[in-house]
Design a protein around this ligand. Structure first.
Ligand code: NI
Ligand code: MN
Length: 242
């Protein structure tokens, strides 16, 4: 871990960087980027460029999730955790600090345990004039030493096994796509919230382009009162501590 322990005893600092990109700073100062497409239209200017990064999580091969992984991993030497097929691609692109895993598998790095979980979506890498197989799309469970557990659902629709994820990992925070079209929209995401019942619900993968029409307001309207209060609307670049 090259990151300084600047966050000790201050909880988990979570920053939305637009689309499905998040920065997580754990209580012991482990710095994690998830789906780092940091040039997305909603990302704050210069997002992530001056950040020490220990771990990068890539949910699947689509360019809005693989994003700037190669550039950031090359610069920061962060360890990239992704499904086997994506780590094969990254290795061929000169990124050697990779950790392949697959669904149900966990890796502990420093004070954080990352588990790859299912997602219902497709995956491929469109690069160098061809399309590389991306394995399957995935989500991640990120368990921090202070008891905060984050579920980043990746790109997905709702699926009944979210009940298993909730029982097994008891996520404190669920990061759920709500934009519609390429992922679930508010209707399906509301159903997912009812299955998972996390303490905090955070929408992602919306508003990036006009086509991603779902909003946190629409999600709130579809939730029962107890869950409606759990929706947190993050502003890109503004950290929230949990
Ligand atoms: Ni996708
Ligand atoms: Mn996507």
């Amino acid at each position: 871990m090259k990151t300084k322990n600047t966050n000790r005893n201050k909880g988990v600092k979570l920053t939305w960087l637009g689309h499905s990109a998040f920065h997580v700073l754990t209580p012991d100062g482990t710095s994690i980027l998830i789906d780092p497409w940091l040039k997305n239209p909603k990302a704050p200017a210069g997002a992530g460029t001056d950040l020490p990064v220990d771990i990068i999580l890539v949910s699947h091969g689509h360019s809005d999730h693989l994003g700037d992984t190669i550039e950031i991993a090359g610069r920061t030497k962060a360890k990239v955790l992704s499904i086997f097929e994506i780590t094969l691609y990254l290795t061929r692109k000169g990124i050697s600090n990779v950790q392949a895993l697959n669904k149900g598998g966990s890796v502990t790095i420093g004070d954080v345990c990352v588990t790859m979980v299912d997602a219902k979506h497709s995956s491929a890498i469109d690069a160098d004039g061809t399309v590389f197989p991306g394995g399957e799309a995935a989500g991640f469970i990120i368990e921090c030493s202070n008891g905060t557990t984050i579920y980043h659902a990746g790109d997905t629709t709702v699926f009944s096994d979210m009940v298993l994820l909730a029982k097994l990992y008891k996520p404190t925070i669920a990061l759920l796509p709500i934009g519609n079209l390429f992922t679930m929209g508010p209707r399906e995401a509301a159903f997912a919230c009812n299955l998972i019942k996390p303490k905090y619900i955070i929408g992602m993968h919306y508003g990036t382009f006009p086509a991603l029409t779902g909003t946190p307001a629409q999600l709130r309207k579809l939730l029962p009162a107890d869950l409606r209060k759990r929706v947190r609307e993050l502003v890109p670049g503004v950290p929230v501590t949990f």
